[in-house]
Design a protein around this ligand. Sequence first.
Ligand SMILES: *Cc1c(COP(=O)(O)O)cnc(C)c1O
Length: 347
Amino acid sequence: MSTANLTIDLDALVANWRALDAASDGGVETAAVVKANGYGLGAARVSRALARAGARQFFVAVAEEGAAIRDALGPDVAIYVFSGHMAGDTDMISDLGLIPMLNSVEQLLRHFESLPAHPFGIQLDTGMNRLGMEPAEWAAVRDIALAQHPMMIMSHLACADEPNHAMNARQLRAFRQMTDDCGVPRSLSATGGILLGRAFHFDLTRPGIGLYGGAPFAAAKPVVTLDVPVIQTRTVTAGETVGYGNTWTAQTDTQVATVAAGYADGLIRAMGPKGMLFSGRTACKILGRVSMDLITVDITALDEVPKSLSLLGPEQGVDTLAGAAGTIGYEILTSLGGRYNRRYTGG
Ligand SMILES: *Cc1c(COP(=O)(O)O)cnc(C)c1O
């Protein structure tokens, strides 16, 4: 068998949720963001493990994603939808019991007209200019909205992964100005915001990436390991080239292993120039271009040909790999393809 093994450690996931939960006071609830199929790791498995650990509130990006969570967890958890109430979402919101975070006056009117008395939340824009009502819009509709008792009011921080960025305090001030006297539960912080401290926690936090082992939660336990089988090895003599475009030329005789994963598995071509795989603690450089299904690796330093090489594991986490490819851990995780042999441990 030559498919790579992707292992997802549900105990580490749960430990990360507990650690982020413990970072705020007892009165603050910790939700879980499970959008994009649980950051690529499997929304149903991930949300079931988190629900067993005590999570009761879940966030998805779009209404369609709510179905897998409702299926996995049944009727007793709250499922919020960041994109709010779009045209065409009404039946899904109603049938699945989803809570749309209303982002605009248009969504507010759509919701009140099509599903009066159905729970909703409000998303406010405090400066990121992505989703949510701006201060003037909110001022115009807030009395009407508050009269219908929103479940929650939230906003999102643009620079929370940079603790000293002035934007954090600016958004906190804007959020408080817009919500201080609303009497409704509030949420401002994702993973980065939780680490900014108590003033940012309000009533509910919404961690995503930290649960899955990524920065900026530096103390996170790694959740994912990825081992890629070696299919073939050869000696490439000095002067020969490897891979598409002849972009790598051997300066000396080199042992080259070809492993069974590529950009079709989410291992993006940008990993080529600086990327490493590991055999135990020994780093093995990627040679030449990443292909669709294959990567060529320098194993000259190894005493024996290994059965597989590790791309994600104890020697290299998602953020290190992301750094080598010029991207972020979020993108590495959510790009992980559908071809892996996926195995869950713990939970
Ligand atoms: C994705 C997202 C989160 C989770 O963010 P992380 O940085 O992954 O913790 C929280 N809130 C909103 C609005 C999001 O879009």
